[in-house]
Every structure is written in C-alpha cells, then in structure tokens.
Write a protein that binds this ligand. Structure first.
Ligand code: ADP
Ligand code: ADP
Length: 244
C-alpha cells in the first residue's frame, strides 16, 4: 500500500471580486495524480505560480479540493471529518518556507518544540524536557538553546527548530514547502543533508516542494514536474529525466 495517493485532484480559486462582471477563476491544480511510497522523497518542482503550494495544502488537508481524493495511509483524507483529519495530522507534518512566522516569537525553544508533544503524548514535564533536548541534538542544535527565543537564532537554526517540531511525533510524511528557499546557499546544503540523514534514521517520507531543480535532484528519489497546474513529467530522480 502506498503511503500517499493523490487521485485526480483539482483546485480552483474563485476571487470575491468581479472584473467586467466576471468572477476571476484560477485553476491552480488540474487533475493531478501522485503517489508517495513509504521511506521515499518525492520532489515536486516547477516555476513559481504553477500550483505546487496549493497541491501541498490540499495534501495537508488545509484546502479542500474541488475534485479528486487524497488517500493517506489508506484513509480518504478529504472525506474524513474534522476530528479524524486532525487525528491523521500526527503522521503528516509540514515545514514551510517562512520559518520566522512558523514559530511564536514569544515562546522559547522548549515551548515551541514541545507543543506537538503536549498535544498528543501524556508525558511528565521532566520527560517532555528530555524529549526536547533529544530533538535538539538530533537536528544539530545546542542543548543550551532550549531556553532561548526565536530572535536569538539565525534562519538556518530556526528552520532546524521547525524540523525538530515536525519530527517530534515521529510522523510518516513531511511536506516541505520551499523549506530551504529563504536560506543562504551554504546553509541550504546543511539543511538538505540534515533532511537526508533524518529520512534514513527515522524512515521518513517527504514531499519536497521547490522551484530549485538542483536541490530537488539532490534530495529526491522521484521527481514530478508541475507546469500550469498539471504534472507534466514524472520519473526516478531528475538525473534520469535529463537523459530523456
Ligand atoms: P506555487 O506554489 O507553485 O508558487 P501556488 O499554488 O502558490 O503556486 O499558486 C498557484 C496559482 O494559484 C497562482 O496563480 C496563484 O496566484 C494562485 N493562488 C494561490 N493561492 C491563492 C489564493 N488563496 N487565492 C487565489 N489565488 C491563489
Ligand atoms: P509561495 O510563493 O511561497 O507559494 P506566495 O507568496 O505565492 O507563496 O503566497 C503567499 C500566500 O498568499 C499563500 O498563502 C497563497 O495561498 C496566497 N496567495 C498567492 N497568490 C494569491 C492570489 N493570487 N490571491 C490570493 N492569495 C494568494
């Protein structure tokens, strides 16, 4: 059984404003099929505006598709009610591009990373702290960082904090939406390597969304190319695609 199956998904945005008496309609995603197998990384690449984020949000359950289905771990994501959908989120996490708005500036690192742990696991404060310290080590941060606040970190370190939060509950799939795009090039490489080692270590699967074909070819096992809302090409890693 595939971990994630996207079947014939379409998503249309309708603007509230009318132009010349006509409502503006954007067909952001058109009849997309995708499969992600357990333990693999699917790279989703395409130019800005082609519909990658929209597809990512449909997969995460943040947007309802107009058509089609998202099957995660054998369950229909779109048809499940709110509670079921929320329940599934434990195995499906996300890391966004905008790491600074993904963390609450008023919370320290301990509070930020322990949030999903507190929501889902019943641990004592001491066990909770131990888990946060473990996670900090796993993502390459200093254990002394636990009491620091977001403004005391660089972009790369903040993204490491977001990654620690995303892996805290040992999810099956992480959607990474332009997760390295705002970072300096040297830091991008470090984060890519961290993601690769976490994938091996915890048997994670990724949907790695990016406009950066080089980053995608570095991390992905399979690559899907999106163009104007459609998947126009899909193959084992990009290097194979270049030979076509
Ligand atoms: P990408 O992630 O590839 O940059 P997006 O999924 O963000 O693409 O956008 C796809 C298309 O949908 C674009 O034309 C974008 O302007 C439009 N779009 C995205 N979000 C919205 C929205 N909330 N309302 C209306 N149009 C949107
Ligand atoms: P990204 O390029 O990282 O996908 P954008 O800057 O395109 O993000 O979009 C930022 C936010 O604005 C997203 O939540 C997206 O859904 C929304 N958005 C994008 N395009 C439009 C649009 N044409 N109308 C309304 N909202 C949009």
């Amino acid at each position: 059984m595939s971990l994630l199956k996207v079947e014939n998904v379409s998503k249309v945005y309708k603007s509230d404003r009318f132009l010349w008496g006509q409502q503006r309609i954007t067909e952001a995603v058109k009849n997309v099929d995708l499969i992600i197998e357990e333990g693999t990384c699917l790279g989703l690449v395409g130019e800005s505006g082609c519909g990658k984020s929209t597809l990512g949000k449909v997969i995460l359950g943040l947007l309802k598709p107009n058509e089609g289905e998202v099957i995660f771990q054998g369950k229909n994501f779109c048809k499940s009610n709110g509670r079921r959908q929320y329940g599934l989120r434990r195995d499906l996490q996300v890391v966004f591009q905008d790491y600074s708005s993904s963390v609450n500036p008023k919370h320290n690192v301990e509070k930020i990373i322990s949030e999903p742990i507190r929501n889902y696991l019943k641990l004592s404060p001491l066990e909770e702290k131990k888990k946060v310290l473990e996670l900090l080590e796993i993502v390459g941060l200093n254990q002394n960082d636990i009491k620091k606040y977001p403004h005391q970190f660089s972009g790369g370190q903040l993204q490491r904090i977001c990654i620690a939060k995303a892996i805290a509950l040992k999810p099956k799939l992480i959607v990474l939406d332009e997760a390295i795009s705002s970072l300096d090039v040297s830091v991008q490489a470090q984060i890519l390597n961290l993601l690769l080692s976490l994938k091996e270590q915890f048997h994670l699967s990724y949907l790695f969304i990016s406009h950066d074909i080089e980053a995608v070819s570095y991390i992905a096992d399979r690559v899907a190319i999106m163009y104007l809302g459609r998947i126009v090409e899909e193959a084992e890693n990009i290097k194979n695609l270049e030979e076509l």
